[in-house]
Design a protein around this ligand. Structure first.
Ligand SMILES: CC(C)(COP(=O)(O)OP(=O)(O)OC[C@H]1O[C@@H](n2cnc3c(N)ncnc32)[C@H](O)[C@@H]1OP(=O)(O)O)[C@@H](O)C(=O)NCCC(=O)NCCS
Length: 156
């Protein structure tokens, strides 16, 4: 089971340049990764680096960002697993709602419980993020998922 062998660790400041490189290659925002309030995780499968994901935290809300699976490892369930690990971490940190913006992966996130939502209802902290301000509504969808009332799902 890949779920059992997926491991993750916080990306340390000295490893941020490697993250920036892959984010840039994927066309995802990278210029603010070192700012306070962001935490990024690197995911490994059998010792091999397979992906990243990050949280940008604003009290009970957080932006789920930088969800990225190495192209060679896509379409085998890793993206969904990474998101589910991020949800567990977010819950443990007391985060109630995850928010995200995506230009072309809305169907992927909808399949795993994220709801396409009008931007006007985003909390001010989320609406004020660099991602929100830089990605225009015509090019990026806003999705969210409430974590608070969700039953604790078992292990995948
Ligand atoms: C979005 C992204 C993280 C998904 O990663 P992934 O590892 O391919 O995700 P999964 O494998 O869990 O799911 C992807 C698809 O593969 C399918 N899939 C999952 N397991 C599968 C398997 N064993 N065999 C075949 N297909 C499978 C899923 O049904 C899903 O279908 P969908 O794309 O139509 O929703 C990846 O495409 C990516 O890194 N994209 C670039 C960065 C990006 O846009 N990130 C989002 C913004 S933060």
């Amino acid at each position: 089971m890949i779920a059992n062998s997926l491991q993750f660790a916080v990306v340390s400041p000295e490893d941020l340049p490697a993250l920036v490189k892959v984010l840039r290659e994927a066309g995802l925002p990278d210029d603010d990764v070192a700012l306070p309030g962001r935490v990024f995780y690197a995911f490994q499968l059998e010792g091999q680096q397979v992906g990243y994901a990050g949280l940008e935290v604003y009290g009970p809300n957080a932006l789920l960002r930088s969800v990225l699976i190495d192209p060679r490892h896509r379409k085998r369930g890793l993206g969904s697993l990474v998101v589910s690990e991020m949800e567990k971490l977010a819950r443990q940190a007391g985060i109630e709602t995850l928010h995200l913006l995506t230009t072309n992966q809305a169907p992927f996130f909808e399949r795993i419980g994220y709801v396409l939502t009008p931007r006007q209802v985003a909390p001010p902290d989320i609406a004020g993020t660099a991602q929100f301000k830089s990605l225009c509504p015509s090019s990026a969808g806003y999705l969210r998922k409430d974590l608070g009332s969700m039953p604790q799902c078992g292990h995948h």
